[in-house]
Design a protein around this ligand. Sequence first.
Ligand SMILES: *Cc1c(COP(=O)(O)O)cnc(C)c1O
Length: 378
Amino acid sequence: MSKPNPLPSSHDKLLFTPGPLTTSLSVKQSMLHDAGSWHFDFNAKVTSIRERLLGIAGVSRTSGYECVLMQGSGTFGVEAVFATCVPRTGKVVVLSNGAYGERMALMLQHLQIEHTVLRTSEYSPNEPAALDSLLTADAAITHVAVVHCETTTGILNPIDEVGAVTRKHGRSLIIDAMSSFGAIPIDLPGIGVDFLISSANKCIEGVPGFSFVIARRELLLASEGHARCLSLNLLEQWKAFEKNGQFRYTPPTHSILAFEQALNELDLEGGVVARGERYRRNHVKLLAGMKTLGLRPFLDPKVQSFIITSFHCPTDPRFVFSHFYSRLSEKGFIIYPGKLTQAETFRIGSIGRIFESDIRSLLAAIEETFAELGIREG
Ligand SMILES: *Cc1c(COP(=O)(O)O)cnc(C)c1O
């Protein structure tokens, strides 16, 4: 049974992408203010958002966690953690099976932080056993960095096992939970997460403008003096929030207003589990419909998340992704190109303010487009 979108929509094209995502009309409307003018009100909102994010993560300040917001997209948050929290003598191992893992390695290279990359193929999850051997062999490694849902393919990495191995060796764990936080429950204390990064415009369904880091306070405070840059200094940012509730430098005011409304709507929907269930229904409907159209998913269902799905491009020579994309866009649907090195794929996201009825419309548009382009598949 598919529920129609209960909130009024705008007439924008629907985004079936990894983010930015389709947001509700009420989230967009919440931005129709000049927030700078009501200063104290605004700072109170920032403080409340930080508290509410800890709540969504299932932790609190009393249990030893802090939430720091950082201007910029998700990448800025990940880079802020590396730039601030890895000691000058530290070394990071990145577990990579896609573009976001590779991006972390690139950040470390730019920051001149010693690192090594443990790669698996784009269709295989990270290997905790290989990490175990590496940590046994290399005592210099201080931090393990992992991507929860690698949005490049939609693969879900085994953060529980990675966490267990990391804890066993007494190293710190950094999780890029950009595309999973808010839709997949993550047991931070259980897994032993020291730093978790996500952003405003993914599963919380806000608009772009800032990322956020949930950090173990003890480790955040221990990073004094490590920062390699000014604006991405997470510790100084936290100190500013603690001192006067303010961002250092210009805050992403409209994005904060939108985010507050997005958090209200996450509560209304029933929280993280209910949101994840909607996304799962979207994904299941999408898979079934694509199968009917003869399109195969790239990943083994065992490792596939319900966040975003990669599909093999049709083998019909008349299929040209850019034509397919444009036709769908004309019909009001935005999909996403593949980002893989190993196969011709495209991606369809199940996240954002989209519902099964929207997936149904998308599938009808894909079928129509195939007919227009004379593509026969399956
Ligand atoms: C979206 C995303 C990011 C951050 O990308 P930005 O474009 O900087 O917001 C990082 N990691 C993952 C897994 C993502 O899905």
